[in-house]
Design a protein around this ligand. Structure first.
Ligand SMILES: NC(=O)C1=CN([C@@H]2O[C@H](COP(=O)(O)OP(=O)(O)OC[C@H]3O[C@@H](n4cnc5c(N)ncnc54)[C@H](OP(=O)(O)O)[C@@H]3O)[C@@H](O)[C@H]2O)C=CC1
Ligand SMILES: C[C@H]1O[C@H](OP(=O)(O)OP(=O)(O)OC[C@H]2O[C@@H](n3cnc4c(=O)[nH]c(N)nc43)[C@H](O)[C@@H]2O)[C@@H](O)[C@@H](O)C1=O
Length: 314
């Protein structure tokens, strides 16, 4: 507990990113004295910098949102960086937290850590039960390494709460709309909006559009994270955070076109990578934890498009 205030001290890494900014916008942060250093203020690839930061600020809890993150195109373009930087950040932070005696760390995994061929019913016990999806294998290996390090730390010291939340795909305010880095939803928003502005009647879909994805509103994940960090004892070591339902890529394009008000046609570029055909999380453990995501897809998409328009006009 910091001497300056009666509130517990919380470190949020990656706080300038989509999940981090949604966490900072969450009402529950007022219960904490929050520190949200940028990567230039605290480079998680520098273990010494983390040791010094933790010694100076003595946080009571850490939420780890930092990472090299991007869609299928970004993962395929930079496998070395996705593996090396994400592994280094995760191992540095968990090891430094251990050494500094930090009791609570909420780590963010990703549904891409599941075997590529399971499709649905992805329950936490299925991790490492089969080969990974090649298009994001490096990123998945980094996520699995950090998750396992948290579990091993708790095995050695049962008083620790180093817990991993495994979110499905995410979209929302402060997402990345640059096609070089974006995931599906921000990519569709950018492409369909640009087509409407340019008076184009066609938008191209990568692949045949039959792959399926489970996209959760990032503001809802932030709610799950803030509940987790306030009561880490209530969590299992690893917990899926998902919706329990998914849509096809074609559906996402059609729904977003309706939200934007564009009624053109779609074409399919079959030369583009499609990644996992499906990765629908099993949310039984999440239900037992007593949480579910409240935001309906169309409402979340509308809020995200409004944010995109504001960003475009600023
Ligand atoms: N987006 C998604 O669909 C999903 C994301 N996740 C996970 O959620 C977490 C957050 O993702 P998201 O918000 O989308 O990611 P973003 O790319 O939006 O944000 C990641 C942040 O990480 C920070 N960062 C990168 N490198 C370093 C470094 N060396 N040292 C310190 N900070 C660094 C960046 O900070 P700065 O801006 O200061 O450089 C950046 O803001 C990640 O762990 C991701 O794997 C899980 C499932 C789905
Ligand atoms: C979040 C999680 O999952 C990520 O993997 P992903 O789900 O495959 O990422 P994605 O959102 O970029 O693609 C979703 C699907 O959509 C199709 N698709 C169609 N048209 C566009 C399009 O225009 N852009 C993109 N990006 N995809 C498109 C695309 O072909 C694919 O089938 C990891 O990178 C990693 O970040 C991770 O942990």
């Amino acid at each position: 507990m910091s001497q300056l205030s009666s509130k517990p001290v919380l470190l949020v890494t990656g706080a300038r990113g989509m999940v981090g900014r949604n966490i900072l916008a969450h009402d529950a942060v007022k219960e904490w004295q929050v520190h949200a250093p940028t990567s230039s203020e605290l480079n998680l690839c520098d273990r010494g910098a983390i040791d010094r930061w933790l010694d100076d600020h003595r946080p009571d809890a850490i939420v780890h949102c930092a990472g090299v993150v991007g869609g299928i195109h970004a993962n395929m373009a930079e496998p070395v960086r996705f593996l090396a930087d994400n592994t280094t950040m995760g191992v540095n932070l968990v090891s430094a937290a251990l050494q500094a005696g930090i009791g609570t760390l909420i780590n963010l995994g990703s549904s891409c850590i599941y075997p590529r061929d399971l499709g649905h019913g992805l329950s936490e016990d299925r991790i490492l039960s089969g080969p990974l999806e090649p298009t994001n294998e490096g990123y998945a290996l980094a996520k699995i390494t950090t998750m396992r390090l948290c579990e091993y730390a708790m095995r050695e010291n049962p008083d620790l709460n180093y817990k991993t939340l495994i979110p499905c795909n995410l979209y929302g305010l402060w997402d990345k709309f640059d096609p070089r880095h974006s995931h599906l939803v921000p990519a569709i928003i950018h492409k369909v909006h640009s087509a409407r502005q340019a008076g184009l009647s066609e938008v191209e879909i990568w692949g045949d559009g039959t792959a399926r994805r489970e996209f959760m509103y990032a503001g809802d994940l932030a709610d799950a994270v803030m509940r987790a960090v306030a009561d880490p004892e209530s969590l299992p070591a690893t917990l899926n955070i998902g919706l329990g339902q998914d849509h096809s890529i074609n559906d996402y394009y059609a729904i977003i076109a309706k939200v934007i008000g564009w009624d053109g046609r779609f074409t399919h570029d079959l030369t583009r990578p499609v990644g996992m055909k499906q990765k629908l999380l099993d949310v039984s453990a999440q239900k037992a934890w007593g949480w579910s995501a409240p935001t309906a897809l169309e409402d979340g998409l509308r809020a995200t498009y409004e944010f995109y328009l504001q960003e475009q006009s600023s």
